[in-house]
Design a protein around this ligand. Sequence first.
Ligand SMILES: *Cc1c(COP(=O)(O)O)cnc(C)c1O
Ligand code: SF4
Length: 459
Amino acid sequence: MIANLSPATDRFALLRREQLEHLPQLAHLPRSERDALRAVAHVLPFAVNRYVVDELIDWSRAPHDPLFQLTFPQRDMLAPEDFERMYSLVRRAAPSAELREAAREIQMRLNPHPAGQATLNRPATHPHLKGVQHKYRETVLFFPSRGQTCFSYCTYCFRWPQFVGLEELKFAASEAGGLADYLRSHKEVSDVLVTGGDPLVMRAEMLERYLEPLLADDLAHVTTLRIGTKALAFWPQRFLTDPDADQLLALFERVVKSGRHLAFMAHFSHPRELETASAQAALARVLATGAVVRTQAPLIRRVNDAPEIWERMWREQVRLGAVPYYMFVERDTGPRQYFEVPLERGWRIFREAYSAVSGLARSVRGPSMSATPGKIVVDGVSVIGSERVFVLRFLQARRPEWVGRPFFARFDAQACWFDELEPAFEREEFFFQPAMEQLAAEQRWRTQLRPAASPRAAS
Ligand SMILES: *Cc1c(COP(=O)(O)O)cnc(C)c1O
Ligand code: SF4
């Protein structure tokens, strides 16, 4: 299987906007369509590799092909007037400064910082520690500065501001040592989730430098290392034919041998990503290290908004030894109006797929919104008394005591995100809102009144 990979797809390289012109698969499109792609790619991040182009996208179905929608910019991702503006600049070959300025202006209107990420999740005891977010008590998110790109860009990604240079690696770590120090003073943390971008774009050697300090004896309370990655879907060669593939797998083995749980939080958007011989071989190699592969993806219109897709995907994941974990609701950022699925429809898709698979695939939870107060799952639509309501529940929350407690929002067939919901039964607010406001006030106090309190402030 490994030997059968074509030479064109065994070396990793990203094709970007400048190379769109040279893609043979796009050559049959009219000039105006190619210009439209380029116009949008000035505003939204675009980068794709040959494996995605040659083996995942079904070009006979483009532009409707889900994998094409997943990776290539589309005209309707921008508001019509924004699109027209970029398109006319591209058509008249405007100077790049002018293109950049127009693109920036549009980007700033696309809600680049949803869900209080930029401030509320900063580690309270080390507010200036870069690259660390600590939102839920037991799990710390770590963004290594060298892992801030991906094997291809998903058009729906909520991390898009960091790919278009809107935030100068705001979340990126300056060093792995800072993370280890932080964890030493936070014994409540059991999980570190290394994320990005995609941390596996790093050479194995670099990843070692980040992970090995976490295996220290005085960090025994950190029992789980998680790696958030789409490499299995977008570049399975990472585990097969990349020059450091074996070194990478040996690192995973060392983590497992240290007595920790190594969890791959593997992003799969569509079953086709699991169906190539190389994806299956890569998954088998990762599992052979002792890692557990859990899968997650957002529900995206035009990419995977049908129950059959999720059913097929979860079945295939279980067959191959992976554990279905989360179905997310698309976040409130970027070209969301292009991708969004109303909550009610999302719940119906989830339920139909969930009820069609065996209990082993029902480890999955969803549809879940990563909102400012926590991960909120839509358990369903119900009628209580005479009122139609959404039944909601925290899967994760800023305050652990909020988890697992059903609460209710007035039913709204159009609502696509939590901030569009109102409490049911004539209540003024949801039960957690007073505490949430208090948390926000505390955070303002910390960031405004004690700006240089941390010893790391100077670093
Ligand atoms: C989802 C998420 C986690 C992990 O949550 P689990 O439910 O434990 O998988 C941690 N931190 C943040 C900010 C998250 O969004
Ligand atoms: S792989 Fe993940 S981080 Fe990278 S573009 Fe896709 S969704 Fe975003």
